[in-house]
Design a protein around this ligand. Structure first.
Ligand SMILES: Cc1cc2nc3c(=O)[nH]c(=O)nc-3n(C[C@H](O)[C@H](O)[C@H](O)COP(=O)(O)OP(=O)(O)OC[C@H]3O[C@@H](n4cnc5c(N)ncnc54)[C@H](O)[C@@H]3O)c2cc1C
Length: 569
């Protein structure tokens, strides 16, 4: 099989917030370096574009770095690495200000200062926002800035299927041009993965269809560990049916949650924070209300009410215009006059590719940042609005360090790399023409329902065990899939097949890590081990690929100045 060969200094996979920030940092760190930026969708369609609420960073006199660090650590149920969190909070305001200079239109106070809003689990207002279309504006500012540099060369609508590794070092990727069906070997001296999350392993999620954990699987298959995979964030307020997110900013601006008895039920769970409690606790509270018979019943199951009416039309239109638009279009409700039906929905992966503070992995030359990585600021539960900032801070660090690495290493054995890419092209060809008996949609459905039943908001041994078993079986059946479309041009079925394979890898690690964490911490809540157990489990899980099944290990959490304490709000 022939492949086209392209050379860059750095190969970047992902054109979302983390990816574009990494690309800019890399070219700004050195006057010559070139970056090949590969994305399976046009960059502005990356999931970052749909972020609504905002990005966290200390902005006011009543706030400081230690407080942001403490909130983040407490939110993480003390599983975040404290050195990483300290670096994160210090860099955050710098990055957000930089973004303003690149054209991000942060909303303003009447006195001209950048406006900040309250967010769940944060002690004070520190979430910068651009109305409730923050991700759109941030990604736009990054995208336009990236276009200033002709040394950032894009390969849009190309799908990376494999990392090319030679002599213990990553040296490029094999990528399928979705538009033509041709394969390329994109070679470089370092590779950065900024491929986003994997919410699509679950049936009911706020995540875009493209969030299939590709980068996690690519790294995993190349021998890199996946860290803290058991921690999956449910967002408390998604729309029933579609899973579309109603941003936390709606509670940050003062919205209330009511059960079917007209009670602001959070007073029984997080009395000091109420609607601004952290996401794991609010999601659990809502499920407990459902179980206690205090939910509303609808076509798509149970829900509670998010009430914004008291905010008034003016505030809603100024601060939450998108919430009004989504509620009107997707549930036929105008939040100015009626409460919005909401329920918990899978939103974010705390776990991901195990990296150090610079985004480096244990595979020489391989870096990762953004939601696909676990640099460890989120631990067992992420605070809302930390993730967009994480993409900036650690995207930039990964870009700089990957550039440094690329400058200090030699080219690999090109012939061997091209051979690998050719073998990969043959594998793609085989899959394209595969006529087995299993259907992609059926396997995906079964994976989704297994994940929901075993690894949902509340978990217990037997259902997690059966989820793990089901996923292993599905991986076996995946070997016998059949495609109906064997065409070259825009073969979306072929992409769906690759994505399913990646999701099965990710799902298996989530189930395995969850099964073995015999405690409740952050988003991992077990009905059979109800309390946190620091003696045995104040440690990160790390799972590595092996041909005979995933291997689970642990590594210590870095503690600098904050001793773990009971998490109460
Ligand atoms: C609806 C919604 C609202 C949110 N709101 C907020 C918020 O208000 N504040 C906050 O902090 N966080 C929010 N989040 C979380 C946050 O937006 C994401 O975690 C973050 O944007 C992820 O950015 P990323 O760059 O890591 O990945 P993404 O933006 O998902 O980008 C991934 C990129 O990788 C590319 N890619 C993936 N796989 C491949 C492959 N195999 N080959 C080639 N390219 C590939 C894609 O094309 C894409 O360009 C929200 C998330 C959602 C879903």
């Amino acid at each position: 099989m022939e492949v086209e060969v392209i050379h860059h200094d750095i190969v970047l996979v992902g054109g979302g917030g983390a990816g574009l920030r990494a690309a800019i940092a890399a070219v700004e760190s050195s006057p010559k370096i070139t970056v090949g930026c590969i994305s399976k969708v046009y960059p502005m369609r990356s999931h970052t574009v749909s972020a609504e609420g905002g990005a966290a960073g200390v902005a006011r006199d009543d706030d400081n770095f230690d407080l942001h660090a403490y909130d983040t650590l407490k939110g993480s149920d003390f599983l975040a690495d404290q050195d990483v969190v300290e670096t994160f909070v210090e860099a955050a305001p710098r990055e957000l200000t930089q973004l303003e200079h690149w054209g991000c239109p942060w909303s303003r106070e009447p006195d001209g200062r950048v406006a900040v809003r309250a967010f769940g689990g944060m002690s004070t207002k520190r979430t910068w926002f651009a109305a409730d279309k923050t991700g759109f504006h941030m990604l736009h500012a990054l995208f336009q800035t990236s276009m200033k540099y002709d040394r950032i060369q894009r390969l849009d609508e190309s799908y990376v299927t494999r990392l090319l590794v030679d002599g213990g070092q990553v040296r490029g990727v094999a990528a399928l041009d979705i538009r033509t069906g041709k394969m390329r070997a994109v070679l470089g001296r370092s590779v950065i993965l900024c491929t986003g999350g994997a919410g699509r392993i679950f049936p009911f999620t706020t995540n875009a269809a493209i969030k299939s954990g590709d980068g996690m699987s690519l790294a995993y298959r190349a021998g890199v560990g996946l860290k803290d995979m058991e921690f999956v964030q449910y967002h408390p307020t998604g729309l029933p049916g579609t899973g579309i997110l109603i941003t936390e900013a709606s509670r940050g601006e003062g919205g209330y949650l009511f059960n079917s008895e007209g009670e602001r039920f959070l007073q029984n769970y997080v009395p000091n924070k109420m609607e601004l409690g952290p996401r794991d606790m609010l999601s659990r509270a809502i499920i407990q209300e459902f179980d206690g018979g205090r939910g509303f019943e609808g076509t798509y199951g149970k829900y509670v009410h998010l009430d914004l009416r008291h905010l008034g039309e003016k505030v809603i239109d100024k601060k939450l215009p998108f919430v009004r638009e989504l509620a009107r279009n997707y549930v036929g409700i105008d939040p100015v006059y009626e409460p919005i039906p909401v329920r918990p929905v899978v939103h974010y992966m705390m776990g991901g590719v195990d990296t150090d503070i610079d985004g480096a992995t244990n595979l020489a030359g391989l870096y990762a940042a953004g939601e696909t990585a676990s640099v460890s600021i989120n631990g067992a539960n992420r605070l809302g609005s930390n993730s967009l900032t994480e993409c900036l801070v650690f995207g930039a660090r990964a870009g700089e360090h990957a550039a440094k690495f690329a400058a200090g290493t030699s080219d690999g054995n090109e012939a061997a790399l091209i051979e690998q890419a050719k073998a990969e092209a043959a594998r793609v060809e085989t899959l394209r023409n595969k006529k087995g008996g299993e259907k992609i949609a059926q396997l995906r459905r079964e994976m989704n329902s297994a994940m929901e039943s075993g690894c949902g908001v509340f978990r217990e041994e037997s259902s997690m065990e059966s989820t793990f078993k089901t996923i292993t079986e599905l991986k076996g059946r995946f070997a016998d899939i059949g495609l109906e479309d064997s065409s070259q041009v825009f073969n979306t079925e072929l992409i769906a097949a690759f994505e399913l394979g990646n999701m099965l890898d990710v799902a298996e690690t989530v189930a395995l890590a969850a099964l073995h964490r015999k405690e409740s911490r952050g988003a991992h809540t077990r009905t059979d081990y109800t309390s946190r157990n620091d003696t045995d489990f104040l440690k990160h899980s790390v799972i590595r690929f092996a041909p005979d099944g995933p291997k689970l290990d642990y590594k210590p959490v870095t503690i600098t100045r904050w001793q773990p304490e009971e998490r109460k709000y």
